[in-house]
Design a binder for this molecule. Sequence first.
Ligand code: ANZ
Length: 821
Amino acid sequence: MQRYIPNEIEPKWQQVWQDTEIYKATDFDKRPKYIMLTEFPYPSGSGLHIGHMREFTYGDIIARHKRMHGYNVLFPMGYDAFGLPTENYAIKNKVTPQSATDTNVATFQKQFESLGFSFDWSRSFRTSDPSYYKWTQWLFLQFFNKGLAYQEEIAINWCPHCKTGLSNEEVVNGRHERCDTIVEKKLLKQWLLKITDYADRLIEGLKDVDYPSRIADQQINWIGRSKGAEIIWQVTDKNGKESGKTITTFTTRKDTVPGVTFIVIAPEAEQLDELTTADQKDKVHSYVHETQSLTDVERQENKQKTGVATGMYAKNPFNDELVPIYAANYVLADYGTGVVMGMPGHDERDREFAIKHNLPVIFTTEVPEEYNDVTLTKVYTGEGKQVNSGEPYDGLSNKEAGQQIFDKLVKENKASEKTTYRLRDWIFSRQHYWGEPIPIIHCEKDGAVAVPDDQLPVELPKVENYEPTDNGESPLSAVSEWVNVTCPKCGGKAKRETDTMPNWAGSSWYYLRYYDAHNDKEFAARDKLDYWREVDMYLGGMEHTTLHLLYSRFWHQFFYDQGLVPTPEPYHARRGQGIILAADGSKMSKTKGNVVNPSDVIDSGYGADALRLAIIFLAPYDQTTPWSPEGVAGTHRFLQRLWTMALEVKQAKTDGPESIELKRAINKLVKKVGDDLDRMNFNTSVASLMECVNELYKIKAKDNYAASNWLESIESILQVLSPLAPHISEELWHRMGHETSIHECQWPEYDESYLSLDTVKIIIQVNGKLRSQIEVAKDSSEETVVAAAKADTKIASYLEGKTLQRTIFVKDKLVNFVVSQ
Ligand code: ANZ
């Protein structure tokens, strides 16, 4: 019998699938549509790694399973080619980003093909194709035309290693999420997108989509909507003489206003100068200077609660008490108003500051005795009775008191409701070469002018030097023949914008391009958008939750408002797959040399199918889990066993009666794997397949493939295996005698009655001696049971050459064959 050699059969089928285009999605098809989207990769130099493969394998299984249920499935793939990774790779390898992309895409493409993914390649593109980024630029101009893309000189996050500005989302714990370099502040004129206009919508929209709560919560926390109050304070000198100026603080604890003992202002706040007395100017200036030399990380880690008095005071609008104003770097300049009312009774940071600067601590909520200890930095943040606030507030619940205090202040025009957000506008300029040029022309007379639609795309000029500069200027600014143009409005001298877009731009709308990938008149035709609508299932990395996922929801919501797309949200359901760690539990990384390359595993003889099964067998899909190098040998062995059995069945007679045990095992399997795939329990579906094949081997040991339903049983296994291991199932399917692809089959039906089927063990005797046992459905007829008993291999050998004189049958219990020599 021919052995199972995956490397012989897999490339063969990959070629057939490609030639017959069986995975092509059809626009406007009558079948229900289903879009299975997996995040597309950066074509990095190291090729496809096992982590990518996990995501694509899950996506592939879902796509194949849905096809078998009659859906017109769109399962697309492309390349997120612009951006820092490619540029850095190109710099390191001394090639152009264009050719680096070509080389890397070719590697990825080969790997993709070798893994048997059922992508519809006819819709593929790279975000760096001019025919694609033409539309990224056009969509950017829609934001610009509506005033949602604007330029501003601001202190931005600057990565000194990558030499570029970054968005807030790209800074994680004060470091650039890509290279881990500590981020600095730099004042630069930047393009920004007004994502803050969509802060509420981005929260509300989550109610209408199917995202796991940890993904939704992470977005909600990132947007950080906080409902509170702004309170206005008169600024005075130390004697209470009003200066005519006011400051405004943002608080979420209105009840604590009576106990405020100081005010703190962020060192960067513009207002700081006018709140500083002549005496304190020098001290304040040097403090501001000192703060500026700190990175955000150092500032956040600064436990010292440093600060300096400005010399001025503020009058508490509630009780006219004077409190000193300090500049202190624990206050963030760009949150709320950048000014905080210091309430050391109930706020921990304020308490630490008060202790350090000898400021009084007043409680406004009754606290347990222990909190009076001034060395304690912990504060009481719970609810309780209002105290130290006078009549009629003392004795009320602190919540109620807070409301009444606030109402009084509102009446006196000293306070108002305020909602603040942590979300900031999206810094959209990058001072790099390898990105979409921002399609704007700067004219002295007309200002920033959109490049007219008929001049799009603004193509990236081919240049010799594309390395980033130290001064924050894009390398494109040196390409004078490209930069100097005429103004589309007045025809006068003008210059192109030289910043490029961030790598998150192309991925903010790429899914829509798959609906109509070759359209050169529109980003996608309306009728195709109306047919495909939103993505049904989107799989991707958890690390993209507050980057790509948030950005693309924002773009889509804006497009919806402009009437460009038919649905308010881009993705109906989102799931995040876990990370595959190295076998020792550490992160896989090139420097450690512990990255598993799928191609190596395939080439070692195990093949893509065994690798696919090993990946999904590792753990539940959303669990981060170490790689198990032995796993592939195990799944390969399983496929080998199935292979052998299938070929044996093909050659067996199978002319005996139907086996109930087989029926039950197969019906159970079909139901179980179907349910598992619906629920994305991929790992348990592999376990069920393995169990089923083991069970079949036990049945075979008894009947040696006599039962008439062996062939159909194997075919059903192949069908349910086909989404998971597409090559071996296709090969065996053809060897069973089929001429069409198994991947065009419907998902097999299962018969409920076999699942709940009550079975009984029947003892089989020959001349009163126990010789074997079989399992049959309860209440089976004499005819069925006797036929099954005779088919049993052991019994058959006892009966061979003998004359059967009599058969004794006891229902649900026993068959006794009485034979003579
Ligand atoms: C007085 C107070 C008393 C506060 C109390 C808290 C507890 P969230 O919920 O995150 O929005 N705050 C306001 N602006 C700030 C800034 N720019 N930098 C640092 N802290 C700032 O937090 C709102 C609270 O954070 C506000 O309420 C304010 O302190 C502080 F027992 O005001 B609170």
